[in-house]
Write a protein that binds this ligand. Structure first.
Ligand code: GDP
Ligand code: MG
Length: 174
């Protein structure tokens, strides 16, 4: 089986670990405090008859050194960029990440599956980033877009389905 590597990026506290845990284990913790970068593996279907290993790396966000970020980017086949809808700053912090991705992937960037994710959609009373803004930014960046709630398990499976559907070189499915 071959590996398909997905790296998850975003500022501290946006829900990178919560989304990964929700998808991989089906659980949610109100005070999940992960300290190290972790990689999770799931078997998925690949080109109909075969299987691939979906390898998801939950990066430590701002604690990751730029050289480490670059390495995660060069190894990654697909990327999930997460902000929290309750923090405009967390969306702004993805700007340098997408720039670095474009620099690392260069001319191949157009074929790289990337999803922009607005997490914590359950916290609507604290919303700072409208759905329209998220959609507009994703259009400018050429990425897919979805709003999720790891807490309420909303759009988590859909997020991964949409990401895999953007891969044109292989036919990937959960
Ligand atoms: P990370 O630093 O990006 O890995 O963020 P975490 O996954 O550790 O989440 C940070 C905090 O936000 C934790 O207290 C989570 O319980 C909370 N959190 C994560 N996802 C959601 C969500 O969808 N809704 C709400 N309300 N809280 C969330
Ligand atoms: Mg984390």
């Amino acid at each position: 089986t071959s590996d398909y590597r997905v790296a998850v990026f975003g500022a501290g506290g946006v829900g990178k670990s919560s989304i990964t845990q929700r998808f991989v284990k089906g659980t949610f913790n109100d005070n999940y405090v992960p300290t190290i970068e972790d990689t999770y593996r799931q078997v998925i279907s690949c080109n109909q008859k075969n299987v691939c290993t979906l390898q998801i790396t939950d990066t430590t966000g701002s604690h990751q050194f730029p050289a480490m970020q670059r390495l995660s980017m060069s190894k990654g086949n697909a990327f999930i960029l997460i902000y929290s809808i309750t923090s405009m700053q967390s969306l702004e912090e993805l700007g340098p990440i997408i720039l670095m991705l474009k620099e690392v992937k260069q001319s191949a960037i157009g074929e790289v599956p990337i999803m922009l994710v607005g997490n914590k959609k359950d916290e609507d009373s604290k919303r700072e980033v409208s759905t329209a803004i998220g959609q507009k930014i994703s259009g400018q960046w050429g990425t897919g877009f979805i709003e999720t709630s790891a807490k309420n398990n909303e759009n988590i499976t859909e997020l991964f389905q949409m990401l895999l559907a953007r891969e044109k070189k292989r036919q990937l499915a959960l």
